[in-house]
Design a protein around this ligand. Structure first.
Ligand SMILES: Cc1ncc(COP(=O)(O)O)c(C=O)c1O
Length: 277
């Protein structure tokens, strides 16, 4: 099921700047029990992205109504929400006025094995590096060529995620996840001021850590520091938290802080669900 600017259709103008230039933003949202999970947070990140790219923010009431009507009959699914700058303009020059395009589509929830959550996953380092751009860092814009090239580096189905470094050898994130490591009971996650996406799940994990008085630092670190971790885990809105039990020749246990965060996240999600209208 797809809604384009509120209409049930599947075709988009080829002049749309999302298609022409990747001139837009997207959100990938878990749908559970007929409702989008952490929708307010996704809407906030989308609005931040629109402001950063100077795309008019979609009317939140209209968008919310469309999203809820699309999700209402799904027990579990994935909702993809795209907002582009719409059609028009000459070359890179923006159209005036800008009439954004909204695309909402519902997809089956991926059937990841439970073992990924319980026993962890294997990951690898990608050769494809992330460029640095403070203007675009953090937002979920549509230009994802670096992630696409990185994901094309492996086909081994035993490897679930690729870890990406920036051009200065700092570990930044997974191809589709944010990264955390635990060392001596403190949690570390990459500073995303120059590359990477501020994940919704990353934000929630950071809130849970501070609520539980577990030290968390956002900083730049290299491969050696990362591989000396006691525990490693990755996160996104669809998978929640997956422990990483192997990166190439290094092995990691599914440790106590990762397990604590997984159970806190379950509680956090149920509370958020219970408090939703
Ligand atoms: C490159 C990248 N980083 C991080 C994330 C995690 O973001 P979120 O927690 O909002 O799903 C994603 C999710 O798709 C991603 O593609």
């Amino acid at each position: 099921m797809i809604l384009i600017n509120g209409e049930c259709k599947r075709q988009i103008e080829i002049s749309d700047r999302g298609f022409q230039y990747g001139d837009g933003l997207f959100e990938t949202i878990e749908v559970k029990n007929g409702k989008p999970v952490f929708f307010d947070r996704h809407l906030t990140r989308l609005n931040t992205g629109c402001n950063r790219l100077h795309i008019p923010v979609p009317d939140p009431e209209l968008l919310t109504a469309e999203v809820f009507s699309l999700c209402k009959d799904s027990d579990q699914a994935v909702l993809k929400l795209i907002v582009t700058r719409g059609s028009g303009g000459r070359g890179y020059r923006q159209p005036d006025p800008i009439q954004p395009t909204r695309v909402l589509s519902l997809h089956p929830y991926p059937d990841y094995p439970l073992a990924h959550k319980e026993q962890g996953i294997a990951a690898r380092f990608c050769d494809t590096r992330l460029g640095l751009n403070p203007l675009l860092a953090g937002i979920k814009h549509m230009n994802r060529l670096e992630q696409i090239l990185a994901r094309a580096e492996w086909n081994d189905t035993a490897i679930q995620e690729g870890i990406m470094l920036d051009i200065n050898d700092h570990i930044i994130e997974g191809t589709m996840t944010n990264l955390f490591y635990v060392k001596d009971s403190s949690v570390h996650t990459s500073l995303l001021t120059h590359a990477g996406i501020f994940g919704i799940m990353r934000g929630i994990i950071m809130e849970i850590l501070s609520d539980n008085e577990i030290p968390i630092s956002e900083r730049l670190f290299n491969k050696d520091e990362f591989l000396s971790a006691d525990e490693i885990f990755v996160s996104n809105s669809i998978i929640g938290i997956w422990p990483v039990n192997q990166i190439e020749n290094s092995y990691f246990p599914v440790g106590p802080i990762t397990k604590q965060l997984q159970s806190c996240l379950e509680r956090f999600k149920s509370e958020a669900e219970a408090s939703r209208p």
